[in-house]
Design a protein around this ligand. Structure first.
Ligand code: PBG
Length: 325
């Protein structure tokens, strides 16, 4: 048999395959999400995220030191707010002595090089578990009032020393409002990693267990995107670019690889993707049953996300991946 091309030549040994790999993961690709709780000496495993923990600040610092030494360059902070501090204004979210603000300071003090990103949204602080301020009569989420609250929250994260704020709320106009406020208040070095295309997804379930932040009524479909839509992600992208975002994110990741590629092909900004809690839980659960090989599933998943166009990946598997590389 005579063949002009033999594609299998380039797959014929481990060395050749690795030389010709188009996509290679490195530790600096990863952003590690961190769940923080009040208290001391607490390491609480999240039931729907086996092998993943919510920690008090002292234990968080140990963890951040460890992951920095592994080569992970960035952490994305989430806090669990005390029930008594929740309301419908979100005012605890800009308390200069709040848990998030203390966490940012403590991490920057302990590991100054670590790139600290902070989640900006009201859900952990909301008695309704929504990302914005609720009109209690109509049951709607108030866009502009929420943007005002989130702007105060962003400024307080910047004051605490955050490198990037990461708004995950999906209100309209928030990136422009934050950029303007950061500029006018003297925080022109603080970046914005926007959750540009964040879909209303069932894959956030375990995260809401981790932070006790599930919506008390309704769902998030009036602000998070409809997963049936692709072009709408470009509308969000063009808004975020014009308003001054530094990094644009797609979330979730595995079921949205087409969106990651769509965004990548239409922007010169760095693109990130969030491999979310439900995606973590699915791999963990199947591995626990012995139905898939966990290390292989981790590396294949993360490589696919990078191949799709993600320059950065927020993932609960960051430590596992670095250990496996
Ligand atoms: C809330 C927020 C969510 C996640 C990150 N920020 C949940 C939600 O929108 O309900 C999900 C992360 C994950 O599932 O890993 N603003």
């Amino acid at each position: 048999m005579y063949l002009q091309r033999r594609n299998r030549i380039s797959r014929s040994s481990t060395a050749i395959r690795s030389m010709l790999a188009e996509t290679v993961l490195t530790p600096s690709d990863f952003i590690l999400p961190i769940f923080i709780d009040e208290g001391k000496d607490i390491i609480h495993e999240i039931p729907s995220m086996p092998g993943y923990y919510r920690r008090s600040l002292d234990k968080t610092i140990d963890e951040v030191k460890e992951v920095w030494n592994m080569g992970i360059k960035s952490v994305l902070l989430f806090i669990k707010c005390d029930d008594q501090l929740k309301d419908n204004t979100g005012k605890e979210s800009w308390n200069p002595d709040g848990l998030m603000q203390r966490a940012v300071k403590a991490i920057k003090d302990a590991v100054p090089g670590m790139v600290v990103m902070t989640d900006v949204a009201l859900d952990p602080y909301s008695i309704y578990g929504h990302d914005g301020i609720v009109d209690p009569e109509k049951g709607t989420i108030l866009n502009d009032a929420t943007v005002e609250a989130l702007t105060r929250m962003s400024l307080s994260h910047a004051a605490a020393g955050a490198d990037f704020i990461a708004p995950s709320d999906m209100m309209d106009g928030r990136i422009g409002a934050f950029r303007h406020a950061l500029e006018t208040e003297g925080y022109s070095n603080v970046g914005i990693m926007s959750y540009t295309a964040k879909y209303a997804s069932c894959f956030y379930g375990p995260f809401r267990d981790a932070l006790d932040s599930a919506p008390g009524f309704g769902d998030k479909k009036t602000y998070q995107m409809n997963y049936a839509n692709r072009l709408e992600a470009l509308t969000e992208l063009y808004n975020d670019e014009a308003e001054g975002a530094d990094i644009v994110m797609v979330k979730p990741a595995m079921a949205y690889l087409d969106i990651i590629r769509e965004i990548k092909n239409n922007t010169t900004l760095p693109v990130s993707a969030y491999h979310v809690s439900g995606e973590y839980a699915m791999i963990k659960a199947a591995a626990e049953k012995g139905w898939i090989d966990e290390p292989k599933a981790i590396i294949e998943s993360l490589t696919s996300i990078k191949r799709a166009g993600a320059d950065l990946i927020a993932t609960y598997f960051a430590k596992d991946a670095v250990a496996l590389l």
